[in-house]
Design a protein around this ligand. Structure first.
Ligand code: GLV
Ligand code: GLV
Length: 323
């Protein structure tokens, strides 16, 4: 008896191969690069034993009810899980797989790239070259901020936050501050100082947000937060858009309260092309590509598939989300 599995998107073939070769799944796939429409999701999930989803799929009571009592396992191809209604899932005894660790390096690299691009104004520079705005070498033109001798503040020194800190230290960072729910043993390696959020915000030249989105962190980067930052401060977020109050960020960037921001995540995603943040030269917005290397996405798909199969057969998952 094959078990019904719904996959909400086209995923890398490494993952599909594992699901097919297992020979225990009756697979149906929303065979597109675009998200499955909600109505389609509710229909396709009906009777499923397993669900493979992405961070762009909201998995709540409505979806779980539409799936019905067969559903044993949800395997998300993401490290973030704020799109999953945890209480509803647990209540129904459904297991959850996710993809920590395998995307840590790729996401840390992207964060460093975004930080440097934002601080050194790369998108503006590229634009000037293309538009003919580059008239000559000018002493005062396109100056930005460097990491050498700076203080960097990491909000959420978890797997990814620590990997970011490790990569930034060799640029000559003088102090590494971090904050979160408690001290982290890994902080020693980067000589990280655990400080209250307010201290981190007011003393950092660069602030990097790499915490999970939770009720505690939702809207944390707001008017009060930005008003404590240095006017020369650079703000980077590669976690989840909802950690930031975007109106307050827009105000801080356009008034000169802070120097620049680099965002790999926004609310909503995609950010509408007429969004006020996109009119600002000092705001660099990327389309949520933190884990987007070919290799990483392939490994994420494999892990997602292996988590799902373990959930279907009642085996130990490589990476089960247990909260
Ligand atoms: C990306 O944002 C992820 O959660 O994997
Ligand atoms: C920069 O190109 C310099 O020579 O100072």
């Amino acid at each position: 008896q094959l078990m019904k599995v719904f996959v909400t998107r086209r995923i890398p073939q490494e993952g599909m191969k594992i699901l097919k070769q297992a020979g225990i799944c009756n697979l149906s796939v929303w065979d597109s690069d675009e998200p499955v429409p909600r109505a389609e999701l509710l229909k396709s999930v009906s009777g499923a034993h397993g669900l493979v989803c992405l961070l762009s799929d909201r998995i709540d009571a409505e979806v779980l009810d539409a799936a019905g009592p067969n559903l044993k396992v949800i395997s998300t191809m993401s490290v973030g899980f704020d799109h999953l209604s945890m209480d509803e899932i647990k209540k129904r005894g459904i297991r959850i797989g996710y993809t920590p660790d395998v995307l840590t390096d790729a996401t840390a690299e992207l964060t460093v790239a975004l930080l440097l691009a934002t601080a050194r104004r790369l998108p503006e520079g590229v634009q000037e070259v293309k538009s003919g705005g580059w008239s000559t070498w000018k002493p005062l033109w396109l100056c930005g901020y460097g990491l050498s001798g700076s203080t960097v503040g990491v909000i959420g020194l978890g797997r990814i936050g620590l990997a970011i800190a490790r990569r930034l230290m060799p640029f000559g960072v003088k102090r590494l501050l971090y904050t979160g729910r408690g001290t982290k043993p890994g902080a020693k390696e980067v000589e990280g100082e655990f400080v209250p959020l307010d201290t981190l915000v007011s003393e950092s030249d660069f602030i990097v947000v790499s915490c999970a989105l939770t009720p505690d962190t939702q809207g944390m980067c707001n008017k009060a937060f930005f008003s404590k930052m240095k006017n020369t401060g650079v703000f980077i977020n590669t976690s989840r858009g909802a950690v930031v109050n975007q109106e307050d960020l827009h105000e801080a960037l356009s008034s000169g309260q802070i120097a620049a921001a680099g965002l790999d995540v926004t609310t909503p995603e995609p950010l509408p092309t007429d969004h006020p943040l996109l009119t600002l030269n000092n705001c660099v917005v990327l389309p949520h590509i933190g884990s987007a290397t070919y290799a990483t996405r392939g490994i994420m798909a494999e892990l997602t598939a292996n988590n799902l199969l373990a959930g279907l057969t009642g085996a130990a998952m490589p990476t089960e989300l247990k909260l």
